[in-house]
Structure formats: structure tokens, C-alpha cells
Design a protein. Structure first.
Ligand SMILES: NC(=O)C1=CN([C@@H]2O[C@H](COP(=O)(O)OP(=O)(O)OC[C@H]3O[C@@H](n4cnc5c(N)ncnc54)[C@H](OP(=O)(O)O)[C@@H]3O)[C@@H](O)[C@H]2O)C=CC1
Ligand SMILES: CC(=O)C(=O)O
Ligand SMILES: [Mg+2]
Length: 626
């Protein structure tokens, strides 16, 4: 007879005594002031406990082990694991490898024709088996990034009220003012190192989606893990709900956020202050806070306000700048021109456009060009037309001022392109289709190799499609876009346009920042990231029409960016993790998430001699002890 009660009885007792000695405290992670708060939280799961010389991998037993996405391995649990954990019999007889499960994931996700259904399948997988989800994502990034990220994540946000199933991330509402720390305390993980936060006011180019914007922090943090190997339990998505000005949502019975207009002004600012302080109180000064998809009237202010007092960056301003400048570096290899020889025109003068322009200027200044000359090369258009100092309504917001020119106002983009004759045209306006065929043809008439970036997301908001760009320039355009476009064939040549998206940048920057415990994030780190990315672009990439390496190489790129950021952190005295590692790659690699299953068995396990029933596949271990 199979002596299951004996085996499980002993195991449970061991774990129970371990829990009694050190409730909720991991042996791999000493208690700190910030974890002390978390340690009171009964939801925290203990994954490792030392009992004498036995390392017990988990005290979550039975069905709860399978129900915990962080512990679940599905049919990949071995017979020993099934017996020890008390889940023997709770699953079918078959044993699968993780590779077999990955094959099944591929078949399962491809059964769906609608991208939103693929998104739901992947969300469900993440809720069910986290390690399998991240391995699947990281090994199929070309196919899966458009699902968990732009463009499909935009649709998921638009349908958030309909598809919302299980909590993922933290919702902090304006009604929690005065108690934000208490809300953050409810997050079950004690060791959060990175937060992506949005208030939902400018979700991609889709506008104000209020609480439905939660899909963005969730998607960005999924890429933290899949693309940079940052451990998922260290990542926390947060949605700050201060209401929405989107009338459709306010009237939508399915909307799940606060049903009120946005709180603004002093009350809003104080609330964000309280949020920042609460994060530091719970998780420490070095917690990385990535601002994402805030309205630009807040994004620039908060970046200025917090950049020197918190470990923070704004992805839409700085991450986007970094990826676009990398594309521009790569473009120089085709055009043979320096930045100072380019004339730039931006359609859009918001977070992305100003961020890119400022970093281009920084790059030019680093090449010996004066600040004034660098700025003089950059022209910008906002919703009212060309940025000029002679505008009738006078006032230009601070961040636009540096790029306003002393010329007569102009409104029409076609006329502006005609007049300025830019070599580089960058769209970050969320105004779909504003790069008309005429504009593209003018770019081609004025340039042997015109550079055109249509960076707006999702796909429906792009300034032009890849097809339009190549068609209207006889295939001479050097093109990239924020969301992916399929290859385009002109004559006998097929072009594979690259994706100019900050996803190439933020995971690697975050890894370097987290690992070094950096206090503040200087712009230099984004220029370093830009150069690392540009250096990785091969001649073959350029030849196939892409200014960026294939998405499948982002994991290696993230590592290189993280190494550059790490070096910068120590060089500038911003790191707080000492001593400085000599072999930075090895040191970073040692901290990465393991996408492969780990054993759920104790490391040292004295297997009791006992009879058993051979009901399932014969495993080597059981064969040995028979
Ligand atoms: N590829 C990538 O990695 C990224 C892409 N993006 C995308 O870029 C787009 C813009 O984002 P962001 O800069 O943060 O948004 P902002 O709201 O900060 O900026 C949008 C800018 O576009 C201007 N604008 C709007 N309509 C027009 C028009 N018809 N013609 C010219 N200018 C116009 C606005 O003018 P005004 O100032 O007068 O309102 C504003 O300056 C979004 O679609 C976003 O998804 C953003 C970040 C990263
Ligand atoms: C990519 C991104 O951050 C955006 O479109 O907002
Ligand atoms: Mg964004």
C-alpha cells in the first residue's frame, strides 16, 4: 500500500514547525524595516524555510500549490513532487516537460483569430502558471509582443470593464487620500523593486481611459520580466484613479473606475506626493517608479519635480527619446550625415517629441555642436501648427519654448514640410494619417534617403502606415513605427520595418537601475541605452530595412543596456549596492529570473523507505529507492 499519510504527515509537521519558528520570513531575504510591514500580511507565501539541514521549498500544500500561479507547474510536476506536495491524483496521469507545455501554449494561442482573445488566453496563463507564461513570452517575443503590448493592449484597455476578471496590480483612488500607505501595504509582496504607474489620462494615443489604463502598467511590467529577466514578484503595476474626463466611460455601465471627473490642481498634486512618499515608506528610497501615460501637462512637471529626489523616470519622455535617438544613430550609417547636418521636423510637441528633441540636442552637444545651433536644427508642430515665437495667442508652454522659431506662423503640415524641407520627419502626435502621400512624396523629392518615423500608438493612430511610407518614396524611405507593421514589398525588394518603441529601452534601464540600487536616473543613462541599442544594429538589419535589431534579440540588448547603466551608476556615484562588481554581466545574470521550472522538492530530502503503488510513470528516483 502507498503510505501517503505517513509521508505527508512528516512533511507537514516539518513545515509547520518551520513556520512556527519564523513566521513569513524567507531565509533568502533578511527582514528589513520595509519588509516588516509586509511580514504581518497573512497573504504572504513562504517559499523557502530551513528546518535543520532540510530546505523545504514550500509550505503551500495540496490544491493550493496548484492554484498558486507562482508555484504551479501543471502537468510538469513529477511523481515525487505530486506525492510530497499532496497533489497526487489531483491531475491527470500524464507527465509533461516544460517544452511540451510551451508547444501546447503555441497551439492554444493560435487557435484564436481575434487578438483580444489571444490577450485573454495569455492573461489566463499568467494567472495560472507564471513561469510558463514568462518563458512562453520571452521565447516568442516577435509573435506575442503585439498581443500583450501595443497594439492589442490598447484594445484590452478600451474593453477593460468587459474583460476584467482577476485583480492584477494595485488601484489607488483619490478616496484613499491620507491612507495611500495603507493601500500599498495591502500588496502581498514584500520585495517590490519596480513600479510602473499611470493615472490613465493619456493611454497610448487613445486618450483618457481612466482606470481602464491598468493594462499599460501590467503590460510594461510583463516586458520587464520577459525582456530583461527582472523577477515578477519585484514588479508592481499601479493605477492611480482620480476619475476620468472621458464622458463615454463615465456613462458606460461597464466602467470599473471612479465615476467622477478628474481631480486636478493642488488636491491632485498632494495626492501624487503622498503616493511617492508611501512607496518609499513601504519599499525604500531605491524603488524604481516608472511614470507611464500621464497627460503631458503633468508628465513634464512630475519629471522635473521628482527626478532628483526619487528613483524615477518618465518612459514616454525619456524611454521614447532613447529608442528614437538609437534609430537616428543607425540612420546616419545609411545617410552618411551627422546629426548636425540633419534638419528635423516633429509632428507633435508633447512628451515623446520633446523628449526625443532634447536627447537629440544632448547627442549633438556631445558631438561638439553648440546648444543654440543644435536647437536651431529642430522644428516642431503642435495641434495649432508650427511652434513660432510669433504665434497670435502668444504663450507657449515651457517645454515647447526651446524649439519655437522666429518665423511667421504656419498651420498646414504639407506647407510646413514644403517650406522647412526636413531630412527627418518624426510623428508623435496620435493624429492618424497626418503624413499624407503628398508629404511623403515631398520628403522623397528633397532627400535621397528620407527618414520618417511614425511613432504613434496603437497602429490605428500611426501618422502613416509602413506601406504608405515605402509606396510614396519609391522604397527609399528609412522608416520605423511605434507599433509593428508587416513587411512591405516594392518591386523585387521586401522591407521589414523596425519598431521604434521604448520597449527596447526601459527593461534594460530598469534592470541596471534596480541591480545597482541607483538613487536617481540621469539622462546620461538614456543616451547610453541609445548607443548600446544603436551599436547592436547590424548591417544586415539596415539592409532589410530595419533601424532596429529583431525583437527576438531584445533580451541580449536589455543585458547590454543594463551593463552600460550599471557602469554609469558606479562612475557617477549613484549606486548604493557595493562593492562594485567587476564582471558586470555575470553579476547581473546571477540576479535574473529563472524561466525554467525549479524543483518543488526539498534540496536535502531523506526519502523514507516505504512501499508505494506504481500507478504512474516510473521515475529514476523512485526506481532507485525501491
Ligand atoms: N513609439 C513609442 O515608443 C512611443 C510612442 N508614443 C506615442 O506618441 C503619441 C504621442 O504621445 P505623447 O507625446 O506622450 O502625447 P502628448 O499628448 O504629450 O503629445 C501629443 C502632441 O501631438 C500634438 N498634436 C495633436 N494633434 C496633432 C496634429 N493633428 N498635428 C500636429 N500635432 C498634433 C499635440 O499638440 P498640443 O500640444 O497642441 O496638444 C501634442 O503636442 C501617442 O500615440 C503615443 O502612443 C508615446 C511614447 C512612446
Ligand atoms: C509605447 C508607449 O509608451 C506609448 O505609446 O505610450
Ligand atoms: Mg507610454
Amino acid at each position: 500500500m502507498f503510505s501517503r499519510p505517513l509521508l505527508y504527515g512528516n512533511f507537514s509537521k516539518i513545515c509547520a514547525s518551520a513556520a512556527a519558528r519564523q513566521p513569513h520570513q524567507s531565509v533568502t531575504q533578511p527582514t528589513t524595516a520595509s519588509t516588516a510591514v509586509a511580514n504581518n500580511n497573512t497573504q504572504i507565501r513562504e517559499y523557502h524555510e530551513v528546518v535543520g539541514d532540510i530546505l523545504c521549498p514550500s509550505q503551500v500544500m495540496g490544491i493550493d500549490h496548484i492554484r498558486d500561479p507562482r508555484l504551479n507547474k501543471g502537468l510538469a510536476f513529477t511523481l515525487e513532487e505530486r506525492q510530497v506536495l499532496g497533489i497526487h491524483g489531483l491531475q491527470p496521469a500524464r507527465f509533461k516537460t516544460q517544452e511540451e507545455q510551451l508547444e501546447l501554449c503555441k497551439i492554444a494561442v493560435n487557435r484564436y483569430s481575434e487578438s483580444l482573445n489571444k490577450y485573454l488566453y495569455l492573461s489566463d496563463l499568467q494567472d495560472r502558471n507564471e513561469r510558463l507564461f514568462f518563458r512562453f513570452l520571452s521565447e516568442n517575443i516577435e509573435e506575442m509582443m503585439p498581443i500583450i503590448y501595443t497594439p492589442t493592449v490598447g484594445l484590452a484597455c478600451q474593453r477593460f470593464g468587459l474583460i476584467y476578471r482577476r485583480p492584477r496590480g494595485l488601484f489607488v483612488t483619490i478616496n484613499d487620500r491620507g491612507h495611500v500607505f495603507d493601500v500599498i501595504k495591502n500588496w502581498p509582496e514584500p520585495d517590490v523593486r519596480a513600479i510602473v504607474v499611470t493615472d490613465g489620462e493619456r493611454i497610448l494615443g487613445l486618450g483618457d481611459l481612466g482606470a481602464s489604463g491598468m493594462g499599460i502598467p501590467v503590460g510594461k511590467l510583463a516586458l520587464y520580466t520577459a525582456l530583461a529577466g527582472i523577477k515578477p514578484h519585484q514588479c508592481l503595476p499601479i493605477l492611480i484613479d482620480v476619475g476620468t474626463n472621458n464622458i463615454d466611460l463615465l456613462e458606460d455601465p461597464l466602467y470599473v473606475g471612479l465615476r467622477q471627473k478628474r481631480v486636478v490642481g493642488r488636491e491632485y498634486d498632494d495626492f501624487i506626493d503622498e503616493f511617492m512618499q508611501a512607496v518609499v515608506k513601504r519599499y525604500g528610497q531605491n524603488t524604481l517608479i516608472q511614470f507611464e501615460d500621464f497627460g503631458n501637462h503633468n508628465a513634464f512637471r512630475f519629471l522635473d519635480k521628482y527626478r532628483n529626489t526619487y528613483c524615477t523616470f518618465n518612459d514616454d519622455i525619456q524611454g521614447t527619446a532613447s529608442v528614437a535617438v538609437a534609430g537616428l544613430y543607425a540612420s546616419k550609417r545609411i545617410t552618411g550625415r551627422s546629426f548636425a547636418e540633419y534638419t528635423f521636423l516633429f509632428a507633435g510637441a508633447g512628451e515623446a517629441a520633446i523628449g526625443i528633441a532634447d536627447l537629440v540636442v544632448k547627442a549633438m552637444v556631445a558631438e561638439g555642436v553648440s546648444l543654440e545651433e543644435a536647437r536651431s536644427k529642430i522644428w516642431m508642430v503642435d495641434i495649432d501648427g508650427l511652434l513660432t515665437t510669433t504665434r497670435k495667442d502668444g504663450n507657449l508652454e515651457g517645454h515647447k519654448f526651446n524649439y519655437a522659431k522666429e518665423v511667421e506662423p504656419m498651420k498646414n503640415l504639407e506647407d510646413i514640410v514644403d517650406k522647412i524641407k526636413p531630412n527627418v520627419l518624426i510623428g508623435a502626435s496620435a493624429a492618424a494619417g497626418i503624413f499624407t502621400p503628398k508629404i511623403l512624396q515631398t520628403m522623397a523629392a528633397n532627400n535621397e534617403r528620407p527618414v520618417v518615423f511614425a511613432l504613434s500608438n496603437p497602429t490605428s493612430k500611426a501618422e502613416c502606415t509602413a506601406e504608405q511610407a515605402y509606396q510614396n518614396t519609391e522604397g527609399r524611405v528609412i522608416f520605423s513605427s511605434g507599433s509593428p507593421f508587416p513587411p512591405v514589398t516594392i518591386g523585387d525588394k521586401t522591407f521589414y520595418p523596425g519598431q521604434g518603441n521604448n520597449a527596447y529601452i526601459f527593461p534594460g534601464v530598469a534592470l541596471g537601475v534596480i541591480a545597482t540600487g541607483t538613487h536617481h536616473i540621469p539622462d546620461d543613462m538614456f543616451l547610453i541605452a541609445s548607443q548600446e541599442l544603436a551599436n547592436y544594429v547590424s548591417d544586415a538589419d539596415l539592409e532589410r530595412g530595419s533601424l532596429y535589431p529583431p525583437l527576438s534579440s531584445i533580451r541580449e540588448i536589455s543585458m547590454r543596456i543594463a551593463m552600460g547603466v550599471t557602469k554609469c551608476a558606479y562612475d557617477k556615484g549613484l549606486a548604493s549596492t557595493y562593492p562594485e562588481p567587476q564582471d558586470k554581466r555575470k553579476w547581473l545574470e546571477e540576479q535574473l529570473y529563472n524561466f525554467n521550472y525549479e524543483s518543488s522538492l526539498p534540496v536535502t530530502w531523506v526519502w523514507p523507505r516505504m512501499p508505494y503503488i506504481k500507478t504512474r510513470d516510473e521515475s529514476p528516483l523512485l526506481a532507485a529507492i525501491k
